[in-house]
Design a protein around this ligand. Structure first.
Ligand code: CMC
Length: 432
């Protein structure tokens, strides 16, 4: 039997000592909360904006070692999954915890494939958006709207119902994402082609015009498959935390995932790939890089696509993406922005500002270049992230629902405002 490890804390205000059990390298915030000076004084709380050193859950979905650049989905290295698996197999793995048998895989793919269509009323909702609506905003509201089409989704303790919603969401996300894109282009929405694979069907819904069948280049389909696998999950990032936090109110999963889409939209999270491309275009030429880097070092702006809360050595997803960039450019021809990206990376990685802060290219630094090569406009980049991340959000949400330790998310605060002021009615205040 392993001995219980403990942490001894001495409260210098009272001289009392407390022995706190250490489990899995953590102490419980509730144990810290027992350290107080008396009845009128609440116990000590943890102040941790941005949760930089707070574990919010126990999870067996995704493992990351940021210092070593390791990312594993359910124990499988991301490099192996990207090389030899498919997005739908990875989605199954994330949600079910194990790789599927042949029968399970066939059933799963069949289920997802035959839930790709959305209710026609949802199409009308999308059509109601302005011509220049951002596709992430459209995606967010249409996923939220899905909850009204499946009111049974609120029964989150029913496993079968939970399963059905997860299938529906993974299946419908490409349809909604592609339609948001077509809307901006003023083109007719393309219905799903259930004879195609998940990613090939998505490309068909994005780009099909009058041809009978849209056949994407298999190398591009494969590259998209790899990107989808890389983006499927990433443990407790901002959007996953949003999904778990909103899900903790026991709301239906469509509403919880809508919160995740909102979080992903931001430029510090999924919106970074869109920001990277805009940054590269703004730099415009390799000769402008030194001035740009100076601006970053002076704090004028950030080098988008660089840095990560967890990875402090390299982002393993960025390494895989760099290889996918080559494969895609073999089909589409080289994008001139690639030269700027490569030079930018080279200069930044040799500069002490970035080296000392352990800032390396993250997944978003190169993914935008691939999307652009696929002729996907920057506004769509975060949608391209949200579609595969849906399986991760749902795996995490599903785990959360079954976790008996979990409660409604409700952090503490340190109140810094005024107290017990006397309210003077407006007419008296303004008469003064
Ligand atoms: N360019 C310039 N300086 C940076 C950058 C950057 N991209 N990232 C961090 N720094 C600096 C930051 O100013 C700070 O400097 P100092 O110590 O002098 O104040 C130091 O590095 C530490 O940064 P931090 O903001 O404390 O780090 P964080 O862990 O809170 O933020 C991050 C992580 C990803 C939000 C941040 O690195 C960043 O904003 N990067 C650019 C946006 C980006 O590429 N986001 C995509 C993340 S990966 C995909 C995803 O999760 O969606």
């Amino acid at each position: 039997m392993t001995e219980t490890q403990t942490l001894t804390v001495r409260d210098n205000r009272t001289g009392e000592e407390y022995e706190l059990p250490i489990t899995d390298g953590t102490v419980r915030a509730s144990d810290i909360g027992k350290i107080g000076t008396g009845e009128d004084n609440p116990g000590i709380a943890i102040y941790d904006p941005g949760f930089t050193n707070t574990a919010s859950c126990r999870s067996s979905v995704t493992y990351i070692d940021g210092d070593k650049g390791i990312l594993e989905d359910r124990g499988y290295p991301i490099e192996q999954l990207a090389e030899s698996s498919t997005y739908l197999e990875v989605a199954y793995l994330l949600i079910h915890g194990e790789l599927p048998t042949k029968e399970e895989h066939e059933k799963w793919v069949h289920e997802i494939t035959f839930h790709t269509f959305v209710h026609e009323n949802l199409k009308s909702q999308l059509q109601g958006f302005r011509y220049d609506a951002h596709p992430m905003g459209m995606l967010m509201s249409s996923v939220g709207a899905l909850s009204t089409f499946y009111p049974e989704a609120r029964q989150i303790s029913n496993e079968q119902i939970r399963h059905d919603q997860m299938v529906r969401m993974i299946a419908k996300m490409p349809t909604l994402g592609a339609w948001a894109f077509r809307h901006a282009q003023g083109k007719p929405y393309v219905y799903p082609d259930n004879e195609l694979s998940y990613t090939a069907n998505f490309l068909s819904m994005l780009f099909k015009m009058s041809e009978q069948k849209y056949e994407a280049d298999p190398r591009l389909v494969k590259a998209l498959e790899v990107l989808f696998i890389l983006h499927a999950d990433h443990e407790q990032n901002c959007s996953t935390n949003a999904v778990r936090s909103v899900g903790s109110s026991q709301v239906d999963p469509y509403s919880a995932v809508t919160a995740g889409i909102g979080a992903l939209y931001g430029p510090l999270h999924g919106g970074a790939n869109e920001a990277v491309l805009k940054m590269l275009k703004r730099i415009g030429n390799v000769s402008n890089i030194p001035a740009f880097i100076e601006g970053v070092k002076n704090g004028n702006e950030k080098l988008m696509g660089f840095g990560h809360r967890v990875y402090k050595n390299f982002d393993p997803r960025a390494t895989i993406i760099k290889k996918a960039v080559d494969d895609v450019f073999e089909v589409t021809g080289v994008n001139p922005l690639l030269a700027i990206a490569v030079e930018l990376e080279k200069i930044a990685l040799a500069d002490d500002y970035f080296v000392s802060r352990k800032l390396y290219p993250n997944v978003d630094f190169y993914s935008g270049l691939i999307y652009e090569a696929l002729q996907v406009p920057p506004e769509m980049f975060t949608v391209m992230f949200a579609i595969p991340r849906t399986s991760g959000w749902l795996a995490q949400w599903n785990e959360f629902v079954d976790d008996k330790d979990q409660k409604i998310a409700r952090p503490k605060q340190i109140y810094t405002g005024d107290r017990t002021l006397d309210f003077v009615p407006a007419e008296k205040r303004w008469a003064l």
